[in-house]
Design a binder for this molecule. Structure first.
Ligand code: FNR
Length: 355
């Protein structure tokens, strides 16, 4: 396969630059250090009682851990999606494909996405598109990979930095149209791409009928920085502190729980997560599912599928074994853990009106 479009070239560069930025920044790691968990000295449960499996969109999944959106639409993407789909199938984990908008111009690249369904015929798979696509195209993309849900990425900050970015961010009418058509049959997940979501943003999405939000907070896979690497002339400013971290976005979600009661709502927590301990902290703060992109990209780029399985088995075992330490038998139980916040985080919580 040859690189024959700007979009394809962009996909290729995203993978390479994201991998270069893989190591977590101090800023990213520090967000998790700001939340301490109080463990009981008498947990009074055991490993045998732990049951991490649950239903998602009425389908069984083995763990509330998902492979988040990354790629499709280039030769390297094909290899990565193939491996990630095999991993998802092996563990029965949900998986999102990367943005499918490239298929509008280049439908011949469809196999870089359909490979995900071929390798994982029974798994839970999310399609992925930007907010400006017509319902008919969205439905086509869902049908193409028999997706169980559609992630709609909201990426104004990325478009701002992208050399060929679209600077028109008037999305609400189209989001309403998507909700009233595609959304009647297929769950729609409103997703950030690594800059988090404030309470006001989350409330606006709930108002538009979205029950499922992927908060995707600040990550080293910072899409302003990634696009800046691709610019002929670099941006003038440094945007490492643009947006909210996942932890801050989860606090914003909690602040909303006090006013917005959404029984069916699910919080997909991603952005900056690499380890089971970080995932446990996200669950303790109210995440329903935890997603990772950069972690899985790194795994797929450096290991054959057999090694990926061994390495991720150890990751899942560690998560599983952490639950009884906290007296928990399911991930949902982790919400009962008593938390201690750093002064910085208390100040943040105060400022967003979280009691
Ligand atoms: C992404 N991400 C992304 N998100 C999205 O909704 N559509 C997309 O096409 C892509 N593409 C993409 C490519 C690559 C190479 C990476 C690493 C990431 C964003 C991703 O889903 C996630 O929101 C952020 O990467 C933050 O999570 P991590 O990487 O810190 O786990």
């Amino acid at each position: 396969m040859t690189i024959n479009s700007k979009q394809e070239q962009r996909k290729k560069e995203h993978l390479a630059i994201a991998e270069r930025l893989y190591r977590q920044s101090a800023f990213e790691r520090d967000q998790f250090a700001q939340v301490r968990l109080l463990h009981p000295v008498l947990p009074e449960t055991n490993q045998a009682a732990v049951h991490p499996e649950q239903l998602l969109f009425n389908r069984p999944i083995a763990y509330p851990i998902y492979i988040n959106a990354m790629t499709g639409g280039a030769a390297d993407a094909m290899v990565i999606n193939d491996k990630l789909a095999q991993l998802a199938a092996h563990f029965n984990l949900p998986m999102a494909v990367g943005s499918m908008s490239i298929l509008k111009q280049q439908p011949e690249l469809a196999d870089t996405f359909t490979i995900v369904r071929e390798q994982n015929p029974n798994g839970v798979i999310f399609a992925n598109l930007g907010a400006d696509h017509a319902p008919e195209f969205a439905q086509e993309m869902i049908d193409l990979i028999h997706a169980d849900a559609l992630q709609i990425h909201l990426n104004a900050a990325q478009e701002f930095a992208m050399p060929e970015g679209d600077q028109d961010f008037r999305w609400i009418d189209n989001l309403r149209a998507l909700q009233s058509t595609v959304g009647q049959q297929t769950p729609l997940i409103a997703k950030e791409v690594g800059f988090g979501m404030s309470a006001a943003s989350q409330a606006a999405l709930f108002d538009l009928g979205f029950n499922y939000l992927d908060l995707s907070g600040i990550s080293r896979t910072n899409f302003i920085a990634i696009e800046d690497h691709r610019r002929p002339t670099h941006l003038v400013s440094d945007y490492q502190d643009f947006g909210l971290t996942l932890i801050e976005s989860l606090l914003a979600r909690l602040s909303l729980r006090q006013t917005v009661q959404k029984q069916a709502a699910l919080t997909f927590a991603s952005g900056g997560i690499r380890t089971p301990w970080q995932a446990v902290k996200a669950f303790a703060l109210g995440a329903d599912l935890v997603g990772m992109s950069a972690y899985f990209l790194h795994l797929a780029l450096h290991h054959p599928i057999e090694e990926m399985i061994t390495i991720f088995q150890a990751w899942l075992d560690e998560l599983n074994q952490l639950l009884p330490v906290f007296g928990c038998t399911s991930v949902a139980d982790l919400r009962q853990i008593e938390l201690i916040f750093s002064p910085n985080l208390i100040s943040f919580a105060d400022q967003i009106g979280l009691d």
